[in-house]
Design a protein. Sequence first.
Length: 141
Amino acid sequence: MERKIRVLVAKPGLDGHDRGAKVMAAALQDAGMEVIYTGLHQTPEMIAATALQEDVDVVALSILSGAHMTLFPRVKALLDAQGQAEVLVSGGGIIPAEDMEALQETGIGRLFGPGTSTSEAVEYIRTWFEENGREAAGQTG
């Protein structure tokens, strides 16, 4: 039996709008993934600590506040520092295309904007896990 993909869905910063994060969390869970939702107002340090404690494969951040150029890299740096460089950091929100490109160049995974179908994000995570997750988790096949 194959283990489930473990995804941490987090809302960093002061943004109080979590409808999109909750919709994505439900879609990922409906797709058979194990989802941990941290709730609102999480610091990057809290997110990285939860990712380590929960042994996740993916950290999906939802950022609508405009702080994406600070928060995505900070979470990634904290994960890397605690030996979790293999964890995919992805997510979405109100992020201009040029910022998405700049973040991806720093090692952040694909980012999704408003109107993206949940199935597109689910498929991205599944594909990433097929290509990377099993090896990172020490699994084969």
